[in-house]
Design a protein around this ligand. Structure first.
Ligand code: SF4
Length: 463
């Protein structure tokens, strides 16, 4: 038997990329690859790139320069190192990478990771291999499966792709260009993945997709199923106690999804619903296709479906042409909604997007100052939300041992980390925790007895 080949993946960017790295490992494990944390040791190095920032491709080329040195060093010891570029830069600039970087053996777009073994073989045969076409068949439905050992090693919480790509074309975003049109995996494929994960100890599933609530996968009845219907089916799978989904667009929130929040205890009452701005003028320039009031109405519909629901969001500060008045509208929206947390960023142009050519760039100092004001408000809301848990009993799904001896760490329904002193045997269980105090963003407490009153409902702050 030949010795295992070593694989090193360096991932940049979003959660989707972290998950995609697992998909690549899953595709390559049957070929005899094992992961290594040491790039110099690797027989195959994959740069899993992100196109979200300016100069993303320049960073890839400078990383490839460093890898060329590592590859030459390996060659001097008689060892071959193959180099692949994956992710959104590979998708957007594959031909250019092949032309400019002879050190690269394989360029592979996100929809083709299942073909990695064949691409490596093709690179062996032909010298190089490039695959960045968006698939036109249903290959997307069938993803490489992790081995049972790999599932167990990754813990009790897992991501499952439900959908990829986006048809919304927000003017600041590269996703429609790098990940292609919206595609949904068939219900049966997702159910099979989740069953397999549950059989190997996974208790919590997060369905992911760039626009996951636009999900419209083929159902077993031959019809397109909505995300709400899919979630309902997954909640029936033995062993699955928590379901989440991310990321959603306000325009794609439908009655099925709201009903699922109303009816399913397993569907966590914590929704990431990006709005980006509170100004209708800026929302129109962003091509978000909704107004701030439309967004408020969607939030109200969620709150009518579940009184304990809480929200997080994404904000872009300093989009081209944003005035102080526009920014004040964003602050007003945040103050009104009351978030449990949110991500906020300064606008930075992404090459190839319509917004990158918009005039009226907001000066950097103004962006800095606005971002600080917005983050202060969000921090206050997050901190109030977390403080509201003190003195309450909340349900925690325990995930792993903590840093201190005897400490076990889990998460609440709202993804707040919670720490208790308890035996390891509670890992994988949802148990009530009496929260005593807060340490930064983590809740500290102790296991409440099984007979204590059920987990408190915590409404979002500002509701
Ligand atoms: S909906 Fe999200 S993924 Fe789609 S274009 Fe807009 S920001 Fe990008």
């Amino acid at each position: 038997m030949s010795p295992p080949r070593k694989l090193h993946i360096k991932s940049y960017g979003c959660q989707m990329n972290v998950y995609d790295a697992q998909r690549m490992v899953d595709a390559l494990t049957p070929e005899g690859f094992v992961e290594t944390a040491n790039v110099d040791d690797a027989d195959l190095v994959i740069l899993n790139t992100c196109h979200i920032r300016e100069k993303a491709s320049e960073k890839v080329y400078s990383e490839l320069g460093r890898l060329r040195v590592a590859r030459d060093e390996a060659a001097s010891h008689g060892r071959r190192m193959q180099i692949a570029v994956a992710g959104c830069v590979a998708q957007a600039e594959g031909e250019e990478i092949i032309r400019r970087a002879p050190v690269v053996d394989v360029v592979v777009g996100p929809q083709s990771y299942h073909n990695l073994p064949q691409l490596l073989a093709r690179a062996d045969r032909d010298g190089r291999a490039l695959e960045t076409e968006f698939p036109i068949d249903d290959k997307f439905g069938v993803l490489p499966q992790p081995a049972p050992d790999a599932i167990r090693a990754r813990g009790i919480s897992a991501f499952v792709t439900a959908q990829e790509g986006c048809d919304k074309f927000c003017t600041f975003c590269v996703v429609p260009y790098t990940r292609g049109a919206e595609m949904s995996r068939p219900v049966a494929a997702i159910v099979e993945d989740v069953k397999r994960l549950a059989e190997n100890g996974v208790r919590e599933i997060t369905l992911i997709g760039q626009n996951v609530n636009a999900y419209h996968g083929d159902g077993p009845d031959g019809r397109a199923w909505s995300l709400g219907r899919l979630v309902r089916r997954l909640a029936e799978i033995p062993g699955i106690v928590r379901l989440r989904y991310s990321t959603s667009h306000p325009n794609d929130v439908d009655e099925d999804l709201l009903a699922a929040h109303r009816d399913l205890p397993a569907l966590m009452p914590f929704v990431h619903l990006p709005v980006q701005s509170g100004s209708d003028r800026i929302l129109a320039a962003m091509n978000r296709k909704h107004t701030a009031d439309d967004y408020r109405r969607v939030i109200d519909r969620f709150r009518s479906a579940s009184a304990v629901i809480a929200f997080s969001s994404d904000f872009i500060v300093g989009f081209p042409g944003e005035t102080e008045r526009d920014f004040s509208a964003t602050l007003a929206l945040v103050a009104q909604i009351g978030y449990a947390g949110a991500y906020s960023f300064k606008y930075s142009p992404r090459p190839g997007t319509p917004a990158a050519d918009m005039p009226e760039m907001v000066p950097a100092a103004v962006m800095d100052e606005r971002l600080e004001r917005l983050q202060q408000l969000i921090d206050q809301q997050q901190s109030a939300f977390n403080k509201a848990a003190i003195g309450r009993t909340v349900e925690v799904l325990f995930e792993r041992a903590g840093r201190k001896p005897g400490q076990i760490v889990g998460r609440t329904a709202y993804l707040q980390p919670a720490h208790v002193m308890a035996p390891d045997s509670i890992i994988g269980q949802v148990l009530p925790v009496r929260v005593d105090s807060l340490e930064r963003y983590s809740l500290l407490g102790e296991l409440a007895s099984a007979t204590s009153r059920p987990a408190d409902a915590m409404a979002a702050t500002g509701a």
